[in-house]
Design a protein around this ligand. Sequence first.
Ligand code: GDP
Ligand code: IMO
Ligand code: MG
Length: 421
Amino acid sequence: MPVDVLLGLQWGDEGKGKIVDVFTPQYDVVARFQGGPNAGHTIEFKGNKHVLHLIPSGIFHGNSLCLIGSGVVIDPLILLREIEKLDTVGIDVLSRLRIARRANLILPTHRLLDAASEARKGENKIGSTLKGIGPTYQDKIGRSGLRVGDINLPDFKERYKEAKARHCALLNNYDYNYNLEAVEEGFFEAIESLKRFKWVDSCHFIHRALGMGMKVLAEGAQGTMLDIDFGSYPYVTSSNTVAAGACTGLGIAPREVGNVYGIFKAYCTRVGSGPFPTELFGEEGERLREAGHEFGATTGRPRRCGWLDLVALKFAIRINGVTDLIMTKADVLDYMDTIKVCTHYLLEGEEHKELPYELDAPIKPQFVEFPGWKTDLTEVRKRDQLPKPIMDYIKWLEEELATPITFLSVGPDREQTLEMT
Ligand code: GDP
Ligand code: IMO
Ligand code: MG
C-alpha cells in the first residue's frame, strides 16, 4: 500500500488542513513531514473552528494515528499548548500522537535568532513567522541541532547550554535586545511533558503500518512556491515543501508514494515578502482579501491576494507529480463578474509559459477572462448542482493543467466539499 501525499501548490494556506480532515476517515495514519509551527491549518465542523500548527490535521477523527515526522521542527512549548487546547475539546492526543525521535527541536534562542535576523534585514526581510524555523533548520543542516531523541540523553542539559552559548554569541553580532529568561520560561517543563508521548522512528513506524495494510496520508505544510530549493528564493521557508520532502521527512522511498493530491485556491495568496506576479493592489485586492477572509492563521497578518497563476501552478504540478487537483475557496469568487487567470508571463518582451529563474523581475502577467458564475456556491453539495460557468471553467482548467480536479471546496466547513468524479 503506497503513501498518499497531500500538499499545497501555491504560497501556502490553500486549505490543506480542511482537506486532510475531510480525507482522514479513509486513512489510518496522518503524518506531517516538514515545516513546524510556522504552519496554521484550519479545520471547521459543527460550527467550531480549530487551528493546528504542529499536530497533523487528522486528529479530529478518532480512528487515525497522527505522526509528527522526522522532517518537522518542533517547538515543545507550542506543541504543549496545542495539546492542552485539544484536551479542552475532548481530543485525547496522548493515545493518538506519535513523535519522531529524529525531529529537530526549536530552542528559545532559535526564535530570537529568527527575529534578530529579520530585524537586521529591514526592508528586505523574508516576513518570516518568527517561529525560529530558519535558524533551527540551519542548525540541522550544520549538524549541530538537538533532536527529540536527545532529550533522554544524560547530557541533554549540557548540550542545550552549548547550543544556547553558540546562539548568544551570534546574537551579540546583531544590534538586538532580548530577554532570554522570558523566552526560556516553560521550555524545560514542555520538554519534560514531551516524555509522556510515544516517540518513534518514523521510517520504521510507517513501514510497519504499511506492512499491516494501513493507509497513510502525508500532510504537507506551506506550499510549493515556498520550497527551499524550488520556491521564490530567498523568499521561501527552510524546508522541502514538495512531494520529495515526504520521502526525506518520513523515511519512505520515492516508489512508495501513491496519489499526490495538489491543493490550490481558485485565486492566489501570499503572506510575507517576495515576488507575486499576479498580485492585485488597491480596492480589487482589498475586496478579494475581505471576501476570502485572508488573514494569517498563525500570525494574523493580512494576506496579499491576486489572480490564479497557471505558470506557477503548472510548475508545481510538474515538480510534485500531482495526480489529483483540489480547488478550494471557489465560493470566494461568487461575487465577481469576470474571473481572470494568468496563462503566461511577458518578461522583457519575451513570452514565458514556464516559470522563469527570476521571479523578482518586472514580469507582466498575461490573462484570459471567464464569465463569473454569480451564484452562492456555499450551499452546493453535489457536482451536478454547480452552475454552468464554473463547470466550463473547471473543464478548461483540467485541460490546460492536464490533471483532473477531483474535489472542489465551496466553504470552510467539512461539509462544503464536493466530489467531482
Ligand atoms: P492551510 O494552511 O492550507 O491549512 O490553510 P489555512 O487554514 O491557513 O487557510 C485557509 C483558510 O480558508 C481557512 O480559514 C479555512 O477555514 C478557509 N477555507 C478552506 N477552504 C475553504 C473554502 O473552500 N471556502 C472558504 N470560503 N474558505 C475556505
Ligand atoms: P501553512 O502550512 C503561508 C511564509 C512566511 C514567510 C516565509 C518564511 O499554513 O500553509 P518561515 O517562518 O517559514 O521562516 O517564513 O514563509 N510561510 C507561510 N505562508 N502559509 C504557511 O504555512 C507558511 N509558513 C511560512 O510568511 O513569507
Ligand atoms: Mg495556513
